[in-house]
Design a protein around this ligand. Structure first.
Ligand code: ADP
Ligand code: NI
Length: 210
């Protein structure tokens, strides 16, 4: 089967599963991770077809997104089988996907896993990462920011997770892009704090206390 035909079938499979997501795991996220996986793989001399396929499929079977993760993984594997991916290729993809999530805290056990993890992390930072964080926060009814230290907020999520990601990249090309995105995020946070500080100052000038 032609490469383009195989990727098209994968893409359609993914579209069906993530079309209605509002938590930052929508079809466009899968697409960006697929394209960045392919791009990074090209620079790291790793099979770009496997990387793109793994990128498209990387969130399938995630326990927080699927009510029946085992079935989702079975369907994914059957699709790859039908598309003539060999047993070895299917297990490479499976292994790569298993370790992408930061929350699971796993280090990738393969080069392909390292590539897909980098692509997924890139999508959590920079201009797109900022948009996704507030989209996620909105979907969960979470505040933009909170004065209370222990109350979850999207800004808190930047400090807890997003500012750390550029220092955790696996590949050289992933790191290069991550540094740029990280700098932009720092600029954003700097401006966010500046505006907040002005609000505080005005509040105080007006004689409020608290
Ligand atoms: P993944 O499943 O891709 O590892 P997550 O489910 O942790 O990632 O996050 C998906 C998107 O939602 C990311 O862009 C992430 O930054 C954002 N996100 C996750 N948790 C929060 C949160 N508590 N507040 C704001 N954004 C969040
Ligand atoms: Ni993802």
């Amino acid at each position: 089967m032609e490469k383009d035909q195989r990727l098209k079938r994968i893409k359609n499979h993914v579209k069906k599963q993530f079309e209605y997501d509002t938590t930052g795991h929508d079809f466009d996220h899968m697409k960006r991770v697929a394209l960045w996986s392919r791009r990074i793989a090209g620079e790291e001399e790793i099979d770009p077809l496997l990387a793109e396929a793994a990128g498209w499929l990387h969130d399938i079977g995630d326990e927080k997104l699927f009510s029946n993760p085992d079935k989702a993984v079975e369907d994914r594997d059957r699709l790859l089988h039908d598309l003539d991916f060999t047993h070895f290729q299917r297990s490479e993809i499976e292994k790569a996907i298993e370790t992408v999530s930061f929350r699971k805290g796993k280090k990738p056990t393969s080069e392909l896993g390292a590539v897909v993890q980098d692509a997924d992390r890139l999508d959590a930072i920079g201009a797109i990462g900022i948009a996704r964080a507030f989209t996620y926060g909105g979907a969960k009814g979470q505040s933009i920011d909170s004065e209370e230290k222990d109350t979850p907020s999207s800004i808190q999520h930047f400090h807890d997770k997003l500012v750390k990601l550029s220092g955790m990249m696996n590949t050289e090309s992933g790191r290069r892009e991550a540094m740029r995105r990280h700098r932009f995020m720092e600029m954003y946070l700097y401006e966010f704090n500046r505006e907040k500080q002005i609000d505080r100052d005005i509040h105080l000038e007006e004689g409020h206390n608290g």
